[in-house]
Write a protein that binds this ligand. Structure first.
Ligand code: KIV
Length: 280
């Protein structure tokens, strides 16, 4: 509830209606407190499989499991009132075919309470996306640089320069035609992102794909500056939390070693006659 009544949760049709209007604000979220902080400001909270690299220290998203997505999805759900929650389908949970994808997408929806799932891939995912969307599972597509295919790409390079542009354009069209309600465009040149955005009837959400998209998404830990040694070109840092945390932990360590913490403000004393209290 807010001062003016209950908060209205954003729906999939609300997101689709934003095509070509006010840009969609999207961030990843993996935990309850961070989801709660983002909720007031964001249209979409994506429980990205980037959680594997960001929170679990994994070398890529390939090791992320359904169990991890369910666990983080449940945590994020508890922090949201307004933003539309989308959960990534992890590598290996949907590529076998529509039936496997449906089983795992349904599990993500029923166990986490998310409103939609996201999966990577273009033309090859057409049948699967169509299968899911015609059975009540809203799907967000993801084309361009698809991190689950990092081994095939040989790295996390910009996509869509030269001949590959036409293939990526066709991938985006296939995903939208199959029923996706929005499509993430990752690490594409501005001209390609602009072309795809103008051709698709559903919103495009860019990450490293220029302001031509209908919305933007970033990994929240990147934009908060949690990693002092990781700063890709497409990320703008809105805070320097990694450095702030380092300074705070260093100050704490010094205080403990100097016996400067805890001081009298953090110590429980006997209270004469009352037997003491939990908080005083
Ligand atoms: O997993 C992820 O974080 C993503 C991006 C689009 C942000 O898929």
């Amino acid at each position: 509830m807010s001062a003016t009544g209950p908060v209205k949760a954003i729906t999939v049709p609300d997101i689709m209606a934003r095509k070509g209007t006010v840009p969609l604000v999207c961030l990843t979220a993996y935990t309850t407190p961070v989801a709660a902080l983002s909720d007031a400001h964001c249209d979409i909270a994506l429980v990205g499989d980037s959680v594997g690299m960001v929170l679990h220290g994994l070398p890529s998203t390939l090791e992320v499991t359904m169990e991890m997505m369910v666990l983080h999805g449940k945590a994020v759900r508890r922090g949201l009132k307004k933003a539309l929650m989308v959960v990534d389908m992890p590598f290996g949970s949907y590529e076998e075919g529509p039936a496997q994808a449906f089983r795992n997408a349904a599990r993500l929806m029923s166990e986490t309470g998310c409103a939609a799932v996201k999966l990577e891939g273009g033309e090859t995912m057409r049948e699967t996306i169509s299968f899911l969307t015609t059975r009540g599972i809203p799907v967000m597509g993801h084309v361009g640089l698809t991190p689950q295919a990092v081994n095939a790409f040989g790295g996390y390079r910009v996509q869509g320069r030269g001949e590959a542009a036409e293939r990526i354009r066709r991938d985006a069209l296939a995903v939208a035609e199959a029923g996706a309600f929005s499509v993430v465009l990752e690490k594409l040149t501005e001209s390609l992102a602009r072309k795809i955005t103008s051709e698709l009837a559903v919103p495009t959400i860019g990450i490293g794909a220029s302001p031509a998209c209908d919305g933007q998404i970033l990994v929240i830990d990147d934009m908060l500056g949690m990693f002092t040694d990781f700063k890709p070109k497409f990320v703008k840092r809105y805070a320097d939390l990694g450095r702030a945390a380092d300074e705070a932990i260093s100050a704490y360590a010094k205080d403990v070693r100097d016996r400067a913490f805890p001081d009298e403000n953090h110590v429980f004393m006997d209270v004469q006659g009352s037997g003491g209290s939990e908080t005083a």
